[in-house]
Design a protein around this ligand. Structure first.
Ligand SMILES: [Fe+2]
Ligand SMILES: [Fe+2]
Length: 530
């Protein structure tokens, strides 16, 4: 071992995993994790070991994109069989929890008829006793709320399930992570560490500040057998320096999907952080290289895997001043708290912002706005659009907000006045509700109902209403999932005939006809507002 100072290479992929499945926000809270193990992971894996050829054919069919099919270049049946066995052995508590959620739901459906719920507490399945409150809505529809903070302190929160695989990448192609477990391959460095491990921050600091091999080995408590593989992830080569914005106005840069960096000379704000690694490509893009040393605010719009991506935010944890998340609401099964979740995985400074609440710093005001729709009409409160006022400039980041009821924006306009620049997501087809929430359903959902309740953003009429209502001077369609380096978390492949493309083309043409600046963002973009 030498005293040579080394950097972490900028093409090291960091895949956070829970039981070898790509970690996304429903795999951390115990209740949603339990339901996903049973209703997604085991189901997909058991289907694969029975009929791997069906999976192999399905992943080649573009119509099946994002479906529940395992995508490996070579068949991996024995490894998947092992993973099924291991999951069943090691996650017994969570399997019991999932069964208890199902039983509690059945109990409420059969017994809760509008009379007091108190007699039912003694019949709550044992794994859930003390972790739930039984409630009715005002129409006597029964349900339960989870006491999530207590569940995180129970046997059901198992950090031992968490690990990370580090490997090198030099192109965009990666398998879709919600349906394919990540097996350890030759050359991978598998770090069996919980996500809150402070050694990870030390590792990611090495993208800018070099350290010796011995230093990082100790910080990560690295096993000796990982030395050789780990050394390949490090380099003595200096990364390019970052030039912070020093102008008098505002600079924003588009990093892909819904990820935008907004900077003044004093404040930096990063929305929905989802970043590409740095490697040669025909598609020019901003990457980790292009971020400031300090990110004052990271703003998360909502709890979908393409907007809160652990892979990115864990690497930025040491640089983020405050991570701002929408306030959690019902504490029902489909709406876990992002604040509790992020604290659990090592974020110290999490701020839960409410609708119409404002955060202020150095002349910048960030206000949370109501975000309607895009969640299959489920009672999910953890979603916000953001209104940012930076000196004379106002920007709206609507993400996947769906303008279901234009009266909302009429009322918001009365309060906020005009907005200069609007960023609007127009994924107006959207997946059916079951795509994300299916494993949480305790009864099968009628197919027609499922198809009618979509995770869809604004269409042309809805988007143009926002633009007109706020008298926007510039409109950017974003959050469309088109960047090829995000295929692993998205399942869209548009053609010119796809509704979101037709709708956004129409919006852009319409806005340009009226002299507005309008564009569908792709790859990278930089704008200065003076
Ligand atoms: Fe979404
Ligand atoms: Fe999205």
């Amino acid at each position: 071992m030498t005293s040579e100072k080394l950097y972490l290479r900028h093409n090291v992929v960091v895949e956070p995993l829970v039981d070898n499945w790509y970690a996304w926000a429903h795999l951390i809270p115990p209740a949603t994790a339990a339901m996903n193990i049973v209703g997604r992971h085991l189901k997909i894996m058991e289907s694969y070991v029975k009929t791997p050829q069906v999976h192999a054919a399905a992943v080649k069919n573009p119509a099946m994109l994002g479906g529940p099919f395992i995508d490996y270049k070579e068949p991996r049946v024995p490894q998947i069989r092992d993973l099924i066995e291991r999951t069943k052995q090691e996650r017994g508590h969570l399997l019991e929890l999932a069964a208890a959620i199902q039983q509690l739901d059945d109990l409420l459906r059969q017994e809760a008829k509008g009379y007091s719920l108190e007699p039912l507490y003694s019949r709550v399945p044992e794994p859930l006793r003390g972790y739930v409150e039984l409630v009715y809505d005002l129409n006597n529809q029964p349900s339960f709320r989870l006491i999530e903070s207590l569940l995180y302190r129970s046997v059901y929160y198992e950090e031992s399930a968490q690990s990370l695989i580090l490997s090198l990448i030099d192109q965009d192609d990666r398998a879709f992570v919600l349906s394919t477990p990540r097996l350890v391959e030759n050359g991978d460095v598998h770090l069996r560490r919980p996500f809150h491990h402070s050694g990870l921050d030390e590792l990611f600091k090495m993208k800018r500040v070099p350290q010796t091999f011995a230093y990082i080995k100790e910080a990560l408590e690295l096993e000796d057998e990982l030395d050789e593989g780990f050394a390949k992830l490090l380099t003595p080569e200096l990364p390019p320096p970052y030039e912070p914005y020093q102008g008098q106005g505002v600079r924003w840069r588009y990093f892909g999907h819904a990820c935008i960096l907004v900077e003044t000379a004093d404040v930096s704000i990063l929305l929905d952080p989802v970043l590409s690694y740095t490697y040669e490509s025909d598609i020019s893009r901003y990457t980790y290289h292009d971020l400031p040393e300090r990110i004052d605010f990271a703003l998360i719009t909502h709890n979908h895997q393409d907007h809160i991506l652990f892979e990115t935010i864990l690497q930025l944890r040491h640089r983020i001043g405050t991570i701002v998340v929408p306030r959690n609401g019902s504490a029902g099964l489909p709406d876990p708290s992002l604040k509790l979740l992020l604290r659990q995985i090592g974020f110290q400074n999490v701020y839960e912002l409410d609708e119409l609440e404002t955060l202020e710093r150095a002349g910048v005001e960030i206000t949370g706005l109501p975000f309607l729709g895009e969640h299959g009409d489920l009672d999910i409160r953890t979603k916000l659009a953001y209104h940012c006022r930076l000196g004379p400039h106002t920007l709206l980041f609507a993400a996947d907000s769906c303008n279901i009821d234009p009266r909302l924006y009429e009322r918001l306009h009365e309060l906020l006045g005009d907005i200069d620049v609007a960023f609007i997501g127009m994924e107006c087809d959207g997946a059916p509700l079951s795509w994300i929430y299916g494993p949480l359903l305790t009864r099968p959902l009628d197919r027609k109902m499922d198809q009618s309740r979509r995770l869809a953003g604004s269409n042309y009429e809805r988007a143009v209403d926002i633009v007109n209502r706020f008298g926007c001077r510039a409109v950017y369609v974003y959050a469309m999932g088109q960047e090829p380096w995000l295929n692993y978390i998205m399942s869209v492949k548009y053609t010119e005939q796809s509704n979101p493309i037709i709708a956004s083309n129409k919006l852009i043409a319409d806005c340009r006809d009226r002299g507005l600046e309008a564009e569908r963002l792709f790859g990278e973009k930089e704008i200065l507002l003076n």
